[in-house]
Each structure stands twice: as C-alpha cells, then as structure tokens.
Ligand binder design. Structure first.
Ligand code: ATP
Length: 242
C-alpha cells in the first residue's frame, strides 16, 4: 500500500432524497489518528457509515489503501482492515460477554484468542459468563471496543465511544485508543470529548451541514476560535457525559 489508509474523494451521500454529505474529501494517512468534529446532525455518523460501507455514496469514491471499495459491502471492507465501532455500542445485550467477544472475531481470524482484548480490558475477565446487558455502560463499551483488538484492523472508525460514560471510564476508553494508535492502527474518531480527541489526534476535520469546513493538524487548530465558530457551542471545556 502506498497511499493513505482511507480516502474519500468527492463523496456525497444521504438517506432517500435527503442529501447529508456534500462533496467530501477526506484522507487518513496510514498509522495516523484523525478526529472528525462537528455539531449534532452535521453528518459525522453518516460519514462513518459511508466509510464502513453501511451507506452507499450517491457520488464520489472511497479508497482503502490503493483499493477502490466504493461498491464493497461492510463485511468485505472488514476483511480489508476496516473496523467500525458504532454509536450506541452495537453489542448483543442478551448474550454473554464471552459470546459477544467470540462473535466479534472475524471468521477468517478464528485462531485469534480473546486475550488480545482481555489484556486491554482486564475488567471483562471476571465477567465472561455474565449477560452483556447487565454490565455497566463502561464495560459494555469495552465489549464493543474489543472488536478493534481482534484481527489487527488497519483502520478503526469510532463513533462517540465515550458517550454517556463516567470520566474514569472515559480514561480507560482513551487509553485503548492510544494503544491502538501506538500499534500503528489508523483511527477516525468522532467524539464529544473534543479536547481528549485532539489529544490523541494528529489531524482534525471539522464538518458543518455535511461539508468539510476546516482541516489541519490538531496542533495548529485554534481551538477557542475555530471550534466556537464551527461547532456552534463553546467547547473550550469538555461537555459533561449525558
Ligand atoms: P449526532 O452527533 O447528532 O449523531 P451527526 O453529525 O452524527 O450527529 P448524522 O447522524 O450523520 O449526524 O445525521 C446527519 C443528518 O442526517 C441529520 O439531519 C439526521 O437527521 C439525518 N439522518 C441520519 N440518519 C438518517 C436516516 N436513517 N434517515 C434519514 N435521515 C437521517
């Protein structure tokens, strides 16, 4: 692979007749961390859906490495290293923790042991036989994030993974993101904790009403001015969990 890990070229997408994303150009260099920030309804989740293959673009191209995946289904993209951690955790609440973890191991990686995730989230070790729906919100999110530790994905797309969690659990979640980044996994992070996202990100894109309005290195971002302008509320301090 020579190019960036993920590239969106002139991507437009929406639902039915509603266009949500308009002519999006976005690049995630290999082994880099990109934060995608924007206000509610700006199109962040839709962009992650398009990148993962859940939503087909109405225009434009999506490349993973050198490969044009525009027409590939989510499971094919997963096979080529793209892993989505969806908003709202996406776990099976009525199954046990062990069953959830086993289901997250890609079928072509059957030799992968649960240890790769359990080493990252030791709190799950004693809960393997428990019904996932009975875990705390933080532990459920750890189960959801375990997917990123199976099968060495080259790109992980993370949609609001700290949503609704207590700050101490958010610390654990971000530690996991730092571990993935240190391994060279490219990350695209949609996150309500803007400062934490910028702390791990190399690069940031701001999205407003379905269009990219700013992109640059996180270090160069003038947080107080640019964020206030583009995100429509004061983000100089992190939002409290809801
Ligand atoms: P949030 O932070 O609130 O999740 P977001 O930036 O992730 O916002 P999206 O969820 O991508 O935004 O939504 C962008 C727009 O698309 C919104 O106006 C939303 O109402 C609309 N939308 C999202 N999902 C659907 C759907 N399945 N059908 C129709 N419209 C949708």
């Amino acid at each position: 692979m020579t190019g960036p890990q993920l590239r969106l070229e002139g991507v437009s997408a929406g639902y039915g007749r509603t266009t949500v994303l308009r002519d999006i150009d976005l690049e995630i260099p290999a082994a880099s961390v990109v934060a995608l920030l924007g206000s509610n309804g700006a199109g962040k989740t839709t962009l992650l859906r398009v990148a993962s293959g859940l939503t087909r673009p109405s225009a434009g191209r999506i490349l993973v490495g050198d490969r044009d995946v525009t027409r590939e289904a989510p499971n094919e993209r997963r096979r080529h290293g793209v892993c989505l951690i969806p908003e709202g955790r996406g776990i099976f609440r009525s199954l046990t923790v062990r069953e959830n973890l086993v289901l997250q191991i890609p079928p072509w990686e059957k030799d992968t042991s649960l240890d790769s995730a359990l080493d990252m989230f030791p709190a799950l070790k004693t809960r393997l036989g428990d019904i996932a729906g009975r875990l705390s919100g933080g532990q459920q999110q750890m189960v959801a994030l375990a997917r990123a530790f199976f099968g060495s994905p080259s790109l992980v797309l993370l949609d609001e993974v700290s949503m609704g969690l207590a700050p101490i659990v958010v610390d654990t979640i971000f530690e996991a993101l730092h571990v993935l980044a240190a391994r060279g996994t490219a990350l695209l992070i949609v996150e309500q904790y803007v400062n934490r996202a910028l702390d791990v990100a190399d690069h940031v894109y701001l999205i407003s009403r379905g269009s990219i309005t700013f992109q640059g290195s996180s270090a160069d971002l003038d947080q107080t001015e640019v964020m206030r302008h583009y995100l429509s509320h004061d983000l100089t301090s992190d939002r409290s969990p809801t």
